[in-house]
Ligand binder design. Structure first.
Ligand code: F0G
Length: 459
């Protein structure tokens, strides 16, 4: 039998209740939070899609690893297990634990960054960009043109623009480009994958100019599975083999284990260059901890090692990618505009097409985010002009390129009926879109304003 129904490849041993609220309660709660869901107590959220980071459900084996964690300060058994699993996955020479992805970025760019330097990437995630720019270097996005069009369907919308990359290296000079990065999958561009061919071609160009290639590999397993589904020659390879090939083209890796290592906290840096590794370890000791724990407990290292073995399971990845696609299909069928095709970890609603009458300076994405909460207790996040908008000299908003609402799906947490409920909520909000109002900002911090801004609906 070849069953049509793809099921969750696990059964549930431990559950966590979720709290139902009434619309009246949610109206009061959202007003209290200044219409910013970041400021809502998580307890008052029914389905929490703020992020897929650190929100995974751990397996029984991961919890067993938590008990087995060796908490020795130096040379802990758990570190050696962590190192062995990551070495067999990446074949990198040096494995350096960090407490999360941005800590790995901070260490790496503190060493290679600085004024006058440039870091190309398909698209930098915000913390990566911030860590590059904090050193005075410039973070440059060289995404393929097709990745910038939410309505166009293509297999690998996360690909680097190879021609632009080469032209960029020639213009700036390879001596000013300490490394090149590829983010897999491309979170800021809709969770879209990068093809093996594109990783290989990027590596060839980097090699030609003597520039190391690093992967921002938070969602490497989801990317590997997309390659299996969509790229010729990979259909019979295992996700692990595909991932190993992806890493074989890289000289280094930064990883937030909070995504595709199925843990609540953790990360690492990996690389082949001995001298760079020595510098990273020295900085790690100052900022994170001894090189065999890097800001983590021994138990966390165990959970990461076990999570990395589980994430490449083909049944898991089939269920994971299919459940996001299912959500996307249902929304598309109802006419809801989203980034197509669905990505690996989230669905991104295109707020510009959802609410064409609300201009960017009245934050259409924020309006949808507020309504999703009011309608069904769903928490999503605006990725548009609230997050990326800047002001010109006259105080006028320079809007973000795209106005998106991200619904990120935590791993192994919600079942299909949670997703069916979510679909109902989104469709209901879409049906009532003519009633939605724009928002104005009443308070904002000078940096990263989306976390703490307060809003009011425009009457
Ligand atoms: N790189 C990418 C592509 C990410 O998506 C993230 C985090 C990081 C680096 C930083 O890792 O959070 O462990 O420090 N993304 C989360 C998100 C926060 O919601 O997309 P971190």
């Amino acid at each position: 039998m070849h069953p049509k129904t793809i099921i969750e490849p696990f059964k549930i041993k431990s559950v966590e209740p979720i709290r139902f609220t009434t619309r009246e309660e949610r109206e009061a709660l959202l007003k209290e939070a200044g219409y910013n869901p970041f400021l809502l107590p998580a307890e008052d959220v029914l389905i929490d899609l703020l992020t897929d980071s650190g929100t995974s459900a751990m397996s029984a084996k991961q919890w067993a690893g938590i008990m087995e964690g060796d908490e020795s300060y130096a040379g802990s058994k758990s570190f050696y297990r962590f190192e062995a699993v990551i070495k067999s996955l990446t074949h990198m020479k040096h494995i350096i634990p960090t407490h999360q992805g941005r800590a790995a970025e901070k260490i790496l760019f503190s060493i290679v960054g600085g004024t006058g330097k440039f870091i190309p990437n398909n698209t930098h995630f915000d913390t990566t960009r911030a860590n590059v720019e904090f050193t005075g270097a410039e973070a440059v996005d060289l995404l393929n043109e097709i990745g910038k069009h939410p309505e166009i369907r293509a297999d690998f919308k996360g690909n680097m623009d190879i021609e632009k990359l080469e032209a960029f290296i020639k213009e700036k000079g390879s001596e000013n480009i300490p490394l090149c990065m590829i983010t897999i999958t491309n979170n800021s561009g809709g969770g879209q994958p990068v093809s093996m061919q594109n990783i290989r071609e990027t590596k060839e160009i980097c090699k030609k100019y003597g520039i190391p290639l690093f992967l921002d590999a938070c969602r490497f397993a989801e990317n590997a599975y997309f390659i299996k589904l969509r790229e010729k020659g990979y259909e019979n390879k295992t996700p692990l083999e595909i991932a190993q090939e992806m890493f074989s083209y890289a000289d280094g890796v930064t990883m937030s284990a909070k995504k595709d290592a199925l843990v609540n906290i953790g990360g690492f840096l990996a690389m082949n260059d001995d001298e760079l590794a020595m510098k990273c370890r020295n900085l790690l000791i100052v900022t994170e901890g001894f090189p065999t724990y890097g800001g983590l407990a021994g138990r966390d290292l165990e959970a990461v090692a076990q999570g990395l073995l589980e994430i490449v399971d083909e049944h898991y990845l089939q269920y994971r990618i299919r459940s996001i696609e299912y959500l996307g299909e249902r929304l598309i069928a109802a006419g809801v505009p989203i980034i197509e095709p669905p990505g690996g970890h989230a669905i991104y609603i295109d707020a510009k097409r959802f609410l064409p009458n609300i201009p960017a300076d009245q934050y259409p994405g924020q309006s949808i985010v507020a309504e999703l909460y009011l309608e069904g207790g769903v928490r999503a996040v605006e990725i548009g002009s609230v997050m990326f908008g800047k002001y010109d000299n006259n105080g006028k908003l320079i809007p973000s390129m795209m106005e998106l609402v991200r619904m990120a799906i935590p791993r192994r947490v919600y079942t299909q009926s949670h997703i069916d409920y979510l679909i109902e909520v989104v469709i209901e909000v879409f049906k009532n879109r003519d009633k939605l109002k724009g928002y104005k900002i009443t308070y904002e911090a000078p940096m990263l304003r989306h976390f703490t801004a307060k809003f009011e609906p425009i009457k």
